[in-house]
Design a protein around this ligand. Sequence first.
Ligand SMILES: [Zn+2]
Ligand SMILES: [Zn+2]
Length: 400
Amino acid sequence: MTVLEEAREISNEIIAWRRELHKIPEIGLVLPQTAAFVQARLEEMGIAYTTFERHSGIVALLGPNPGKTIALRADMDGLRINEESEFEYRSQNSNMHACGHDAHTAILLGVAKLLKRHEAALNGQVKLLFQPAEEGPGGALPMIEDGVLENPKVDAILALHMDRKIHPFPCKNGDVIVKYGNSSAADDQVDITIIGKSGHGSEPHRCIDPIVVSSLVVTAIQHIISREISPFSPCVISFGTITGGQGAENIIPNTVVLHGTIRNQDLEVREFVFRRIEEIVKYITKAMRADYQLTYLNGYPPTKNDPAMVDGFLASARQILPAADIHVSEEDSMGGEDAGFFYQKVPGCFFRLYSAAPFTDGEIYPAHSSRFVLDDSVLYRGTALFLQNIFDQLRVTVVK
Ligand SMILES: [Zn+2]
Ligand SMILES: [Zn+2]
């Protein structure tokens, strides 16, 4: 049986796991129900695992023979979104798996099940990393700090994400997309508080108006993109929330708070943007007699693919999928992904599996939408792609 056939044989089980996880989405670093589900499946499979005190990460280790160690990572967390679907397996709480991390977890459980069968034939070890909090505050870094890349030391890493983007090439569900270079952007959050002096709206000269100052700040910051960064270096700064005042039209508030996201592909550009945002905030507030506080939070580095790992992954993919189902993309993504922390430490390949499906109104909605729907009939392909690459890297000769 080929690896693809083996994975297809357990497709229904992978789908069932995904749907069970879909019912119980949890957010952040502590995911009690999700972790209990994963642990129960690993126990059924007879696979040993490690857990951690400060987060719900799980590390399972397979392979009794010495050799290289390859890590596979799946994120397990959902989002604070109320799901709109009427599926029987829709979310049973006020969170939602609207990014497909339920699918990632189920795919990795599929790998665990099949790897266990072939464990004795592995010339090396496989570490399965089930990770919380990808959507924030980030679970990869605490797992690295807890030593998941050591004992045994991880030599290579693979991870995947479900995909539904519109690409310049035609894509069907089950297709695989991989990119040389960065697979995701650096993703940082900036929180700025503009501190003014409140008072009556009819007497602005006796106040320091933080609303006006924040308007100048937001406008000036956009000039970093248009006037200071090369047009060939992708960079985005978006403010998603501005909060100031309490609903009155005639009160100048004390403070205005801005929450923004900063995305870029290049670490030097990233540092430059951090510096320039702070300079702009500092000097505009000074010029306007206001004050400020500024913090950068939740920074994720870009997920940088290793060229040799991408070569190897493509060679594995070509063994099990038709050439038309495999796409090498040159598109930059401004999406963030905390797998970037693992990829800073270990050469890796991050790939995408196409799995778009329409909501009941017939439209395909993006990730993070309350109407996000995923075609889980193709998840077995993710399992097969991981598995084939493991077998190729660990030179398993006997796969029956
Ligand atoms: Zn997401
Ligand atoms: Zn995601």
